[in-house]
Design a protein around this ligand. Sequence first.
Ligand code: AMP
Ligand code: MG
Length: 406
Amino acid sequence: MISVEEALERILRDISPLDVTQVPLPQSLGLVLAEDVVAQEDIPPFANSAMDGFALLSRDSQPRDGQPPRLRVTGGVAAGYVADHAVEEGTAMRIMTGAPVPPGADTVIQVELTRSTGPDSEWVEILETVERGNNIRPAGEDMRRGQTILLRGSEIGPWEIGVLATLGWAVVPVVRRPHVAIVSTGDEVVDVSEPLQPGKIRNSNGYLLEAAIRRAGAEPHRLGIALDTVESLREKFSQAIQYDLIITSGGVSVGDFDLVKNIMAEQGAINFWRINMRPGKPVAFGHIGSVPLLGLPGNPVSAAVTFELFARPVIRKMLGHTRLLRPQIDVVVEDGVSDRAMRRHYVRAKVQWRDGLFVARTTGNQGSHIMTSLLNANALVIVPEGGVEVHPGDTAKAIMLDWPEV
Ligand code: AMP
Ligand code: MG
């Protein structure tokens, strides 16, 4: 039996980021940029007005004999158009936010600081002196042509998408999204839509894992349920090997019907199959052909917890992320954990910020078949190996499942 740390290290050592592909800009959300993004032009591409107002020469804004100067309005320029003539001494042009500053003008005064007879006024009075460059957003103020704006390896979020759109990247080079096969195992397992016959249970793992895989950023493919026979498992694995990763549930412990390990040994290699933890001791890692396989336990809570600890980092590494693991923080365990386990125990808990502290409350019965212990849990409190008891009010480490990876 190996430690959680050793298991994670052995798994991640074997996983590499997938290949690079080009995707349409909207589909790049959540993916990892595969190239540096260098601006091919200045942004903004031209000097433009930050206000609705008038473009003029700054020296024309000086009062004359204590009176506001009156300038002749020679036309206007709206956003999306360019002026067809220049601003000369003694004149001004109406200008809208985002419109290119007309030649000749070196400043813009906002409409509130002027007086005129309205939108068709042939003159404008300038009520305040304005400096050169006032309300003008210079070309290249945001990004300069040739400047590196985004580094490869960055995760693409809505704000990065905005920057990429600004720079004209209609398609984006990204690390490809992994496709993950899900195989549920067990003669007792039936699909969610089937009637429950005596002795049978519904396939919760297949659906839970599908959702968790999608949330981790990969594309899940539920291949259904394999019976506890070598033939049935072989048939499922022959489909599963076209994907980037295979995740199974059940069939990896020491029972007579726990055949996933056997097929791994037959068609690939077993790296390990037991981890010193609870829930989820029987976790197998290895390959079918060249496709990595994570064999998660059948018990639903074990499958859920081991997915978070091992499968999610695998998917993130395949996606090209460098931050793979959820943050750990110190929490005060309000109700304590009294059941002593020799294995490291990951206790589902709700962590909240209260009076300057992170306080954890465990979610009740922690049996690996108690699915409701997952509900309302946003953290895993770590109880160290060796039969440690956590008393109410003790401090422990917790993995924050709803905080971004660090
Ligand atoms: P196993 O690891 O195959 O020995 O399964 C351990 C426990 O998990 C058994 O009680 C199984 O019935 C249950 N189990 C296995 N697969 C599933 C599944 N897909 N959904 C829900 N429970 C399962
Ligand atoms: Mg089974």
